[in-house]
Design a protein around this ligand. Structure first.
Ligand SMILES: Nc1ncnc2c1ncn2[C@@H]1O[C@H](COP(=O)(O)OP(=O)(O)OP(=O)(O)O)[C@@H](O)[C@H]1O
Ligand SMILES: [Mg+2]
Length: 294
């Protein structure tokens, strides 16, 4: 049954966003800046996707995608099921490499380096570009060992004390430390769903990524756990560049600075989140964000 409350809440929220947009839109912006984002940020994108196509075998699922992802900002990817959001996300750290027949054409650059160049160390790329999935996937190990995992296989610490310090810092960064500090050696599977998801975020943060890709990280969580993840995303963006896929329009509006709307394998438009939700350029975007389809 159609739930009319979502669009109504969204409209109320949109009205507040319009006001906020009006209050900042008059300010002059440096060239290349996204209005409303900190102007101290360098204008060059952290991730620069240009004319990218992604194929599974002969099937082209993403067509001619061009998107510049700002550093230290949250970029939300929205769009109906099957439009290619997860495929796009996986193309940013070459997770699609492990899918037989998957192929990327065009240019995807991180810090101006082509991540599909032959010389790229894919293991190092995935350390720099961490990923958190819809369904939390802790290893059947202790809480400590989950977070320590990447540090150990990458030989990133020199002593047990340093390892312990890094695990603690990662759990703190993922806002989980207070809840688990007394049971670090308990199984990760004994945690609640929301705690498991924060553990997976801690595991991703432990290896010091620069970019965090999150594929519907809160879709399986209750509203309180969802709120904790959203607050965490907000806190993390000062240190990381975050790209998040979400089906929840209010969540996209709350957590992101920039929103990109995908539809049938194409990027319809991207821009400042308040603009996308209140004054999008494309009718298709407006129909989607107001719940008229999808
Ligand atoms: N491993 C795969 N092999 C072949 N086709 C795939 C594979 N993964 C995804 N696809 C196809 O690519 C298209 C985009 O899928 P993708 O999972 O990226 O969409 P999505 O926007 O993330 O959808 P959802 O919102 O349901 O998660 C779909 O048509 C899907 O069937
Ligand atoms: Mg998906």
């Amino acid at each position: 049954m159609y739930d009319y409350r979502g669009p109504m809440v969204l409209y109320a929220f949109a009205a507040a966003l319009v006001q906020a947009a009006r209050s900042v839109s008059a300010e002059p912006q440096p060239p290349g800046a996204v209005p409303g984002l900190p102007s101290a940020e360098p204008a060059s994108p952290k991730i620069d996707v240009s004319g990218a196509h992604v194929f599974y075998g002969a099937h082209r699922v993403l067509e001619n995608i061009t998107l510049a992802v700002r550093p230290h900002a949250v970029t939300a990817l929205i769009g109906p099921s099957g439009c290619g959001k997860s495929t796009f996300l996986r193309s940013l750290n070459r997770m699609n490499d492990i899918v037989p027949g998957a192929r990327v054409e065009g240019s995807i650059r991180i810090d101006n380096q082509d991540i599909y160049a032959a010389a790229v160390d894919v293991v190092d790329l995935r350390r720099r570009v961490g990923m958190v999935f819809q369904k939390s996937n802790p290893f059947p190990k202790s809480i400590f060992d989950n977070v320590a995992y990447g540090l150990r296989i990458n030989r990133m610490t020199r002593s047990r004390v340093e390892l312990g310090g890094r695990v603690e810092a990662s759990l703190k960064a993922a806002a989980l430390w207070e809840e688990v500090r007394d049971r670090l050696h308990a199984s990760a599977l004994s945690l609640s769903g929301g705690q498991q998801q924060r553990l997976c975020i801690a595991r991703a943060l432990a290896v010091e990524p620069e970019i965090l890709l999150m594929d519907e990280p809160a879709s399986a969580l209750d509203p309180i756990a969802t709120q904790r993840i959203e607050e965490l995303i907000y806190d993390l963006k000062s240190r990381y560049t975050i790209v998040i896929v979400t089906h929840n329009m209010q969540q996209a509006a709350r957590v992101s600075d920039v929103t990109a709307f995908f539809w049938l394998g194409k990027l319809v438009e991207s821009g400042r989140t308040d603009k996308i939700f209140t004054a999008p350029s494309e009718k298709l975007t407006e129909d989607y964000v107001t719940g008229r389809f999808g």
